[in-house]
Design a protein around this ligand. Structure first.
Ligand SMILES: [Zn+2]
Length: 416
């Protein structure tokens, strides 16, 4: 399997150089670099016997037919887009590792009794349109009219970007993509291999771990309004400073999350208006991101934080308003798939650890249609969304052996 792991590293390195920007890795939804990346990954897919097509959302799909028609399809994949100044592993690992694993099975002469699709989703990070999961939503038929109307910084809508993208694709492939409505009953499940993007596996000294659930998350904007005024002439007692109210609330957010593990809550962006050193802030908009593996606990925490904001606003003579921008429920991974994956993990590294994913992944969207499972790979210092993002060759080899073992086990279990 050592050659397979070497191939995987070479592919990750090469894909990591396909970028929209000079000197750093940035590959966004339906960009020129995305087209080059899809073309390169397509050649790797074909080299292990997959039939490759692209759908209207720019997703790259490599399909291996089952020996008998009517067999179900196992989906394996992740995303090929990146954040700005990204690392080489986030997303790409989950697309390339299954390709190498299928190549390994082919070398061993193992024929799987089910069909396989390796999916390279065109969008997960939300960089271009500030909206995540456009690729997996497109693949599963969950793109809504509101998604198509979103516009990027240049004023181009998702619909326009998709139209421009598909003009370059062979029409036959497009027609077959359009004709292919999702038929969930044909799917066996979805497995995503992903960099952990956190420090837990490193702390436990394990190369890989099995995800038990993906935390639900709510994102929104909280606006405090007060009264702007002269910083020199308005007495302290008469001020209605929107920023000091916002600051008090940000501390309340941290306090609640610290005492309510595994709740995590973050104020990550603050806009202060008018934003001058000699003017009392009249309006402040804060972002809030709240995550928890239990939906009820997440909603309770959110209710509490909004009530806190109202209390703080009232006491300080401010008004406040909460607006939700994103709300995803927690996703439980499939118990049978996860059990089988844990058997493979134990076979390769002796110990299997169950983890909750704090980050959202394509599996969140795929879970609407088919059972999902995820394998996390150790990430050096938990550092991700950064050029120094790193998974060691030894860990990649462990992950590859786990997936080959998993596919072999699943082939034995699946009576098709
Ligand atoms: Zn990712």
């Amino acid at each position: 399997m050592a050659t397979g792991a070497q191939d995987l590293r070479r592919m990750l390195d090469e894909l990591g150089r396909i970028s929209d920007e000079r000197g750093r890795l940035t590959r966004t939804f339906l960009s020129p670099a995305m087209r080059r990346a899809n073309a390169r990954v397509a050649t790797w897919m074909r080299s292990v016997g997959l039939n490759v097509r692209e759908d209207a959302t720019g997703n790259l799909i490599g399909r291996l037919e089952a020996p008998r028609s009517g067999a179900k399809t196992l989906l394996l994949g992740s995303h090929l887009d990146t954040v700005r100044a990204a690392g080489r592993f986030d997303g790409a690992l989950g697309v390339l590792l299954p390709i190498v694993a299928l190549g390994e099975l082919r070398r061993r002469g193992v024929a799987l009794p089910f069909a396989v699709e390796v999916l390279g989703f065109s969008e997960e990070e939300g960089v271009r349109f500030s909206s995540a999961y456009l690729g997996s939503k497109g693949y599963t038929g969950q793109l809504r009219a509101a998604d198509l109307k979103l516009r990027d910084a240049g004023g181009v809508s998702v619909r326009q970007a998709m139209a421009a993208w598909t003009r370059g694709a062979p029409t036959a492939e497009l027609r077959s993509a359009a004709a292919r409505a999702p038929r969930p009953q044909q799917w066996l499940g979805y497995l995503e291999v992903h960099l952990e993007q956190g420090p837990v596996l490193e702390a436990k000294r394990l190369a890989v771990g099995v995800v038990s659930a993906i935390a639900g998350q709510t994102r929104g904007r909280l606006t405090f309004c007060g009264q702007a005024g002269h910083a020199g002439t308005t007495p302290m007692a008469l001020r209605r400073d929107a920023f000091t109210g916002a600051a008090e609330w940000a501390l309340a957010v941290e306090t609640l999350a610290r005492r309510s593990s595994p709740l995590v809550a973050t104020v990550g962006a603050v806009v202060v208006a008018p934003g001058a050193p000699n003017v009392i802030p009249g309006e402040v908009v804060l972002s809030l991101d709240v995550r928890h593996p239990d939906d009820g606990a997440r909603r309770d925490a959110l209710r509490r934080l909004i009530a806190d904001a109202k209390k703080i606003a009232r006491r300080r003579g401010l008004t406040c308003e909460w607006q939700v921008t994103q709300d995803n429920g927690a996703v439980s991974c499939s118990v049978p798939f996860t059990d089988l994956l844990a058997q493979s993990v134990r076979a390769v590294q002796r110990r299997s650890l169950a983890l909750v994913s704090g980050a959202g992944h394509d599996a969140v969207v795929m879970a609407a249609l088919t059972p999902v499972a995820m394998l996390f790979v150790r990430c050096r210092e938990g550092l991700s969304h950064h050029p120094d993002e790193f998974a060691s060759p030894a860990d990649l080899n462990v992950a590859l052996r786990v997936i080959v073992d998993f596919l072999t086990r699943l082939a034995g279990h699946e009576k098709i």
